[in-house]
Write a protein that binds this ligand. Structure first.
Ligand code: HEM
Ligand SMILES: [Cu+2]
Length: 493
């Protein structure tokens, strides 16, 4: 049941989609520079104050998650709008609110020295020991709230559109196919399934986030108003864990959509695929408790659940996706180019990045590795080499189908140095973790410095590569509509 929503209509949205990707891409590039600066300071190469380090840490974490989520929402919206009728107005409002939120966060961090890290863990925003004042905290927290409201509106709209077309969110996940009431051939497309999952988990995450942000805001304004720190931590990680994870679930849509076009083989939602997505929906909602393994006052059953289900969390979707990608590509005579190559690289980054994450989710290992750089090691791999690469794949895909712009040797060079650079950043972190280097420390002992410098060099390669990708995309935006086709489904294979 493929609907064809007017192709002209879809291409007319491409300018807005491109804006999402450019804003996201440029912010990611700038945040990478802050990442390099942090590594150089930890590596003893640069000398700036610890206060500046924590401001960089805060802007890097917030900016990366926010910008990657924004760009990934652009990817999801682009493909989902082929199947259901989304509101362009809401999509624009989200972009506007995100930009306002980001500007407030930037002012709070750099003009008012706000530096709680992106996790803004209560009561840190109000109790900074004089490091920052009320204004900085309010700018940051309210900025985050505005950003969150934009995303919440977006997911309410995707939810509305999916329900209108498919009847319910359960049907969007294909539950009637799982239960046998509907034939597999009538199952919702992988794009709809993934979007439904993200809609469910992110409305939950953003609601939790809004609650804890508002409580923090009141506490900053009136410190006499306090609340349970354990509840605050639960809400904060229910927000942060889920929202950060949703980036990859939005980004993976590009894999589902473009590999079939390149191979001329359909990617169907079969029963195992649907079951995997339903399982990951449920697990993603409850496993944030792996951030609380050190909080001995948490109910034991929640921690055990957090640990056990963390193993299982991404795995179902990862397995059906990685296996599906291999099957669809196998002996298909696929033509590799930037878009398909990046889509494939993102699968690699995701698979490889999950392994150290699973290791860390084990309580015994967590007792040792918790709060070491092992943790940024695994998430830089599946964010930097997985999620972010899905966004870059989309950039090359869109410029290919919507213009005659051809990637050149420089783009291929970018591909190679991005992979090398991001692998070096991640491996640098993992080595630091194995040496028991704590995470989030502005200064390092001499014996901890070498891997940080190594990672910084990798970071420079990643920034160069991203610059090449963005230049290609900006060139596309300039020629868009002048050359090339308005055929959205131009034949690729
Ligand atoms: C050139 C690439 C990058 C470099 C050099 C870099 C560097 C860093 C450094 C040095 C830290 C602090 C580590 C510590 O705890 O001591 C960090 C944390 C972090 N990075 Fe990156 N990063 C890069 C790319 C990315 C990407 C692509 C993302 C996500 C899309 C990302 C998301 C984060 C997050 C969420 C944190 C945690 C912040 C916190 O602990 O509060 N980074 N990064
Ligand atoms: Cu988590």
């Amino acid at each position: 049941m493929n609907t064809t929503i007017n192709n002209k209509e879809i291409t007319s949205n491409n300018g807005l989609i491109a804006t999402y990707l450019i804003v996201g891409g440029v912010i990611i590039g700038i945040m990478m520079i802050f990442g390099i600066l942090m590594l150089l300071a930890q590596g003893g190469v640069l000398d700036f104050s610890p206060a500046a380090f924590y401001q960089f840490l805060t802007i890097h974490g917030t900016g990366m998650v926010g910008a990657a989520a924004l760009a990934a929402a652009g990817v999801m919206w682009y493909f989902l709008s082929h199947y259901v009728e989304l509101s362009k107005k809401v999509f624009k409002i989200n972009l506007l609110l995100s930009i306002i939120g980001v500007v407030m966060v930037i002012i709070g961090v750099f003009s008012f020295k706000y530096a709680s890290a992106w996790t803004f863990l209560y009561p840190l925003p109000a109790l900074s020991g004089g490091a920052w004042g009320t204004t900085g905290a309010l700018l940051y927290l309210i900025g985050m709230l505005i950003l969150g409201v934009g995303f919440l509106l977006l997911y309410i709209d995707t939810g509305r559109a999916i329900i209108k077309k498919h009847g319910s969110l359960g049907k969007g996940l294909g539950w009637d196919v799982i239960s046998g009431k509907r034939a597999e051939k009538d199952a919702p497309s992988p794009t709809v399934v993934a979007s439904t999952m993200v809609t469910i988990v992110n409305t939950t995450a953003l609601t939790a986030g809004a609650i804890v942000l508002i409580m923090n805001i009141i506490n900053v304004i009136n410190p006499a108003f306090t609340f349970d720190p354990l509840l605050a931590k639960n809400l904060t990680f229910a927000f942060g864990h889920i929202f950060a994870n949703s980036i990859i679930y939005m980004g993976v849509i590009v894999v589902y959509e473009i590999l079939p076009r390149y191979t001329n083989r359909p990617w169907k939602s079969n029963r195992p695929f649907l079951i995997a997505w339903t399982m990951s929906t449920a697990f993603t909602l409850v496993i944030y408790t792996h951030h609380m393994l050190m909080d001995s006052v948490m109910p034991k059953w929640m921690l055990i659940m957090g640990q056990v289900l963390s193993y299982a969390n991404g795995l179902p979707v990862l397995v059906v996706t990685a296996y599906g990608a291999l099957m669809i590509v196998y002996k298909s005579g696929i033509k590799w180019d930037m878009a398909s190559g990046l889509a494939f690289m993102s699968m690699f980054g995701w698979v490889v990045g999950v392994v150290p994450a699973i290791v860390d989710a084990t309580i015994v290992v967590n007792h040792v590795m918790h709060n070491t750089k092992w943790v940024p090691g695994h998430f830089h791999m599946y964010m930097g080499l997985g999620a972010a690469v899905m966004l870059f794949s989309f950039i090359y895909y869109l410029s290919k189908v919507d213009s005659d712009l051809k990637p050149n040797g420089l783009d291929k060079f970018g591909f190679v140095i991005y992979a090398l650079g991001m692998i070096s950043v991640s491996v640098g972190f993992l080595i630091s973790g194995a040496l028991s280097t704590p995470r989030r420390w502005a200064t390092h002992f001499p014996e901890w410095m070498a891997p940080a410098v190594f990672g910084a060099i990798g970071g420079v390669l990643a920034v160069l590569a991203l610059t090449i990708f963005i230049i290609h995309f900006i060139r596309y935006v300039q020629v868009r509509g002048k050359t090339g086709s308005d055929m959205n489904e131009k034949k690729l294979a």
